[in-house]
Design a protein around this ligand. Structure first.
Ligand code: F6R
Length: 239
């Protein structure tokens, strides 16, 4: 695993934006795998800036988001659908038909997971997957467990994640308890992966990721099985 050591969050955002920009420049019709959360916000705002300055063209890219709460409506301002349009897609020249996010409104979540997994395959697979990392080492909503799922699936959030995500909701009770998420296999099939980590709260998960040992109790450690992963982390996350 390559490690890009950054001083702070701004440097993490800058390094991540540069890698995404290079990917889109090299392959204008590439497939990007994208995360939500606080960590990628700085990266998204830099990519928006580059697009506004006509330095980067998103008109041919396709995107697949990692996950979505379930059940949740698209116009709920806590849905990942809302988050992605608000923080990225509404501000760049992406063709909205090329945006893919698991449908948290479906009444057939299992069928939606099969459809989503197939759609990624039909598009040709993900060229560059951008990831954040949970305090407990989750990636997407693949939470620590004895067994992890390979394909896109419906899952229950752990108490740790419900608490971490409650900062965005009025109360802990309002946090949806389930999610639709791409699986470990979906993520590992990506041709290239970057994982972003910032802050002391991520230090323990990052320490375990960098130990090189693989455990389902820290799903991010499975990235050690992939041949093209870059961790972009600041001093606090590496502390
Ligand atoms: C979000 C996702 C999650 C986050 C993780 C870190 O789509 O897949 O795994 O990347 O929870 O979230 P932040 O960046 O808010 O610390």
């Amino acid at each position: 695993m390559r490690v890009i050591k950054c001083k702070n969050y701004d440097e993490v955002s800058e390094a991540a934006a540069r890698i995404v920009a290079a990917q889109v420049t090299m392959k204008p019709d590439c497939i990007l795998g994208l995360p939500t959360g606080s960590t990628p916000l700085g990266m998204y705002s830099r990519l928006i800036q580059m697009n506004k300055e006509n330095k980067l063209d998103f008109s041919k890219i396709k995107t697949f988001n990692l996950d979505e709460y379930f059940p949740i409506s698209k116009d709920n301002n806590q849905s990942y659908h809302y988050f992605m349009f608000e923080n990225f897609f509404n501000h760049i020249n992406i063709n909205k038909e090329n945006v893919n996010i698991p449908n948290g409104e479906t009444d057939n979540p299992e069928g939606e997971c099969v459809r989503y997994e197939e759609a990624i395959g039909a598009a040709g697979g993900i060229d560059l997957q951008v990831l954040g990392i949970g305090q407990n080492g989750h990636i997407g909503f693949n939470e620590p467990d004895d067994y992890l799922e390979s394909a896109t699936h419906i899952t229950s959030l752990t108490q740790n994640t419900i608490e971490a995500n409650s900062r965005f909701f009025d109360s802990m009770d309002d946090v949806p308890k389930k999610a639709l998420t791409t699986g470990m296999g979906t993520i590992l099939k990506s041709r290239k992966i970057i994982i972003l980590a910032s802050g002391k709260v991520k230090a323990e998960a990052v320490r375990s990721l960098l130990s090189g040992k693989i455990t389902t109790q820290n799903p991010s450690t499975m990235l050690n099985l992939h041949s093209d992963v870059t961790l972009i982390a600041d001093e606090d996350a590496l502390s």
